[in-house]
Ligand binder design. Sequence first.
Ligand code: TXA
Ligand code: MG
Length: 346
Amino acid sequence: MTTVIKFPREKALDFYRHQIEIKKAAQLIQTGGLVAFPTETVYGLGADATNESAVKQIFQAKGRPSDNPLIVHLATIEQMDKWISDIPDLAKRLMKHFSPGPITYVMRHQGGFADSVTAGLDTVGIRIPDHPLALALLELADVPVAAPSANRSGRPSPTSASHVAEDLSGKIDLILDGGITTVGVESTVVDVTEGIPILLRPGGVTLEALKAVVGEVSVDTNQKEQPRSPGMKYRHYAPKGEMWLVDGDDMVKKIQYISQEKMAEGYQIGVLTTEENKDKYKSTKTVICGNRSQPDTVARQLYDALRKFDTLGVDLIYAETFPMTDIYLSVMNRLLKAAEGKYFIK
Ligand code: TXA
Ligand code: MG
């Protein structure tokens, strides 16, 4: 059975008032249980990263391929010393700016994690989330917490407790409900084992922000054949209908044209749109994903929007696209995966 504990929606967590509930969650982690908890990016599914059988249960609950390593979550930067013998200077510089926050550092570890956490790699991804409930849980658990996104493998990551329940109810012990997550896309994953950081997955910390701190950042483009971040090779974030991306100055017109044509052929059409364009697509099932002029709102609503299509029963989805800059780079990375790279070209 899965228990859900609901927390108030205020920004700062009154740790003292809620310590009984958080302690219960921490004890579950310490005794090998699975606890879903909110972070600023998406909900994570946490287990003690040193407990092999607990970590194995994460893979089982998610239906996750075993060659895909998990991110380890810690409460403070200081705790890293216990797991990483030689934190690269590059990592230290980035941490000063971005941690706690939506960024994961891939570094060489010195052992101690359950084998399935690292999938046999000599590196591990470590992150300090910027969320009061997550930090309180990590502090009380007092063990490193392995936590992938708390969705069934292949489904969009969860940005609310009800998304977690949809995918994992009955399979995990506890869900800490802290409301809707603020960033909405996962953390940026950077490999800091070499002189120049390698961006493995765009996320909450933008490429522009990384460059502003360290100058050069290289972007891992070889993700199909031999991805350095194993998770990037799998189909992901996929809604049930077949999704096509639409771009160009005449994006709206192209969507209008193709949806009319496909509707005439008898297909149910979904359109992923934004506040600005929501009234432009007649007779289609539109899902609004934020406000184009406020990129953060698009990122925040993206996964909820993708999940909505599943309940609408559409055959084809045409999605508006965004420029490949700032947080939109992450949004486009996820949309490209959801659409398996397909663009509609007229
Ligand atoms: O925002 C997030 O990062 C969320 C929250 C819960 O913290 N977690 C998350 O975890 O997105 P997950 O498991 O869904 O994605 C982890 C990504 C995968 O693409 C995985 O391949 C990559 O990080 N990764 C983990 N360890 C790695 C390593 N040692 N080397 C390269 N990539 C790694
Ligand atoms: Mg994930």
